[in-house]
Design a protein around this ligand. Structure first.
Ligand code: PMT
Length: 408
C-alpha cells in the first residue's frame, strides 16, 4: 500500500518559523500512516510551539538540546537509525548551517551524523527566499542530494503576498510517501556508475578536460544505493563527497576509468555511464613542463579507448546505459550513439538548453531505448532526474521479463 509507513522511522526537524504549527499536522499524518516519528526542535522553534504538543502526538520524547543530558547525546545514534530526515519548516538559518556543515545544536549535529536521505520544506519571507545567498545554499544542498520542497506563493506573516509559505501538508506528505513507500527495487543488483570528467595530461601541469562536475553521476549513484543496490562509483576528478554507502574509485584519465570499470565488470549487473569521458588525449604527453618559445604549438591527439564500445562485446546479460551530451541534432546523434555502442538505453541531453547539462543542479533529458521508445523528461533536479532514469530502467527490465519489450 503506497501510504503505508509502517516500519519506517522518520526524524522530523522543526525550526523557528511561524509555520512550525503546521509540522504538528504533518506529524499527525505520519503517525497515522504508521511511521515512528522522532521530533527534534531547535531553540527558536520552541518560541513558536512547545515540545509537549509533539511529544503527545508522537508518543515519544522530543529532543531539543545536545547537552541537556547524556540521554540526548546517546540519541546521536538516531541519525544512523532513521530512514529519513524531514525538516519542515526549514528556515534560512538552518539551510545555511547545513549547507556549510555547521553543527552547533542537536538538529544540525544529527543531520551530519548519519546517512539518511534528507528532505527540507523551507518557509520564510519572500525577500529571504529570493536572496542569492539562500539560493546558493539551496544549490549546495541540492548538489548533496537533499530534496527541497519549494515554498508556495501566498500571504506571508509579514502581510505581504510572495513566495515563502511552507508547501502544503499534502505536497510534503506526497514526497515522504513517494520516497519511503518506494520499495528496494534494485536490491540484488550491482550498479556501476561512472561520473565526472576525465583529465588527459599534456605535461605534468596541464591537461585536457571538460566541464562535467559529476553531479549527474553522483545523483544516480546515490539514488541506486537508496533503492537497495550495491553501487560502485567510478569517478573522474570532482569536488563532490562520496555518497554514503557507495564504493567510490577515483580515476583521472579515460584509460584509468576503463581499467576501473573492467576491474569491476564481473560483479556488475547494470552499467550507467554518465561520465564525460575525453574522446582524445595527447599522443605524447611531455615528461616536463612545456616551455613557451614564442612559436606556434601543435598538440597531436589520439583517440582514447571507447569504454562502452569495448564492453559491448562482453556484456552478457548486463544492462548498458549511456549518456549523450549534444549541442545539435540531439535525437539523431543520440540514436547513432545508442546503436554504435550497443546500449539498452541512452540518456540524451541537449546541453544548450537552459537548465540542462554540465555543472548545474538540474537537467532536461530524453530517454531513448533500443527499441526506439522515447520518454522526454521536463527540467528536474539531477536527484529527481536520476530517480526517473532508474524508474525507466526498472520498467524496461520488468517488461523484458514479461516478454513484451526485449532488452538488447
Ligand atoms: O557531470 P555534470 O556536470 O552533472 O554533467 C552531466 C553530463 C552533462 C556530463 C551528463 O549528463 C552527460 O551527458 N554525460 C555524457 C557526456 C558525453 O559527452 O557523452 P559522449 O556523447 O561523449 O559519450 C557517449 C557515451 O559514451 C557516454 O555515456 C560516455 O560516458 C561514453 N564514452 C565516451 C567516450 C569514451 N571514450 N568512452 C565512453 O564510454
Amino acid at each position: 500500500m503506497k501510504d503505508d509507513l509502517r516500519g519506517k522511522h522518520i526524524l522530523l526537524g522543526v525550526t523557528g518559523s511561524i509555520a512550525a504549527y503546521k509540522s504538528v499536522l504533518i506529524l499527525r499524518r505520519l503517525v497515522q500512516a504508521g511511521a515512528q516519528v522522532t521530533v527534534v526542535m531547535t531553540s527558536s522553534a520552541q518560541q513558536f510551539i512547545t515540545p509537549l504538543t509533539f511529544q503527545v502526538l508522537s508518543r515519544r520524547p522530543v529532543y531539543t538540546s545536545l547537552f541537556d543530558s547524556s540521554e540526548e547525546i546517546r540519541h546521536l545514534t538516531l541519525a544512523e537509525q532513521v530512514d529519513m530526515i524531514l525538516i519542515a519548516p526549514a528556515t534560512a538559518n538552518i539551510i545555511g548551517k547545513i549547507a556549510h556543515g555547521i553543527a552547533d545544536d542537536l538538529l544540525t549535529t544529527l543531520v551530519t551524523a548519519g546517512p539518511a536521505p534528507m528532505v527540507m520544506a523551507p518557509a520564510m519571507d519572500g525577500e529571504m527566499w529570493n536572496h542569492p545567498v539562500l539560493q546558493r545554499n539551496l544549490s549546495i544542498l541540492n548538489g548533496l542530494g537533499v530534496q527541497i520542497i519549494p515554498p508556495e506563493e501566498g500571504p506571508l506573516a509579514s502581510g505581504k503576498e510572495a513566495t515563502g509559505r511552507l508547501a502544503s501538508e499534502e505536497k510534503i506528505l506526497a514526497v515522504v510517501f513517494d520516497r519511503l513507500g518506494r520499495k528496494a527495487d534494485l536490491k540484488g543488483e550491482t550498479v556501476l556508475v561512472t561520473a565526472g570528467p576525465t583529465q588527459e595530461p599534456i605535461d605534468p601541469v596541464r591537461y585536457l578536460t571538460n566541464r562535467s562536475s559529476g553531479k549527474m553521476g553522483y545523483a544516480l549513484a546515490r539514488a541506486a544505493q537508496w533503492r537497495g543496490a550495491r553501487v560502485i562509483l567510478v569517478s573522474g576528478p570532482t569536488h563532490l563527497p562520496c555518497p554514503a554507502g557507495v564504493e567510490r574509485i577515483l580515476v583521472r584519465t579515460a584509460e584509468e576509468m576503463r581499467d576501473a570499470v573492467l576491474g569491476h565488470w564481473a560483479a556488475t549487473t547494470l552499467l550507467i555511464m554518465a561520465a564525460a569521458v575525453a574522446d582524445y588525449r595527447p599522443r605524447h604527453p611531455a615528461g616536463r613542463k612545456i616551455k613557451k618559445d614564442g612559436s606556434d604549438f601543435f598538440l597531436e591527439l589520439e583517440p582514447t579507448p571507447d569504454i562502452l564500445a569495448e564492453l559491448r562485446a562482453q556484456r552478457g546479460s548486463r544492462i548498458l546505459v549511456g549518456f549523450a551530451a549534444e549541442t545539435e541534432d540531439l535525437d539523431r546523434q543520440a540514436r547513432t550513439k545508442l546503436e554504435r555502442k550497443g546500449l539498452d538505453m541512452i540518456v540524451a541531453n541537449d546541453v544548450t538548453q537552459e537548465g540542462a547539462g554540465f555543472d548545474l543542479d538540474t537537467n532536461i533529458v530524453t530517454l531513448i531505448d533500443a527499441h526506439g521508445e522515447t520518454v522526454a523528461l521536463p527540467r528536474l533536479s539531477k536527484a529527481e532526474t536520476a530517480e526517473r532514469i532508474l524508474d525507466r530502467i526498472i520498467e524496461l527490465k520488468s517488461r523484458s521479463k514479461a516478454g513484451d519489450h526485449p532488452l538488447r
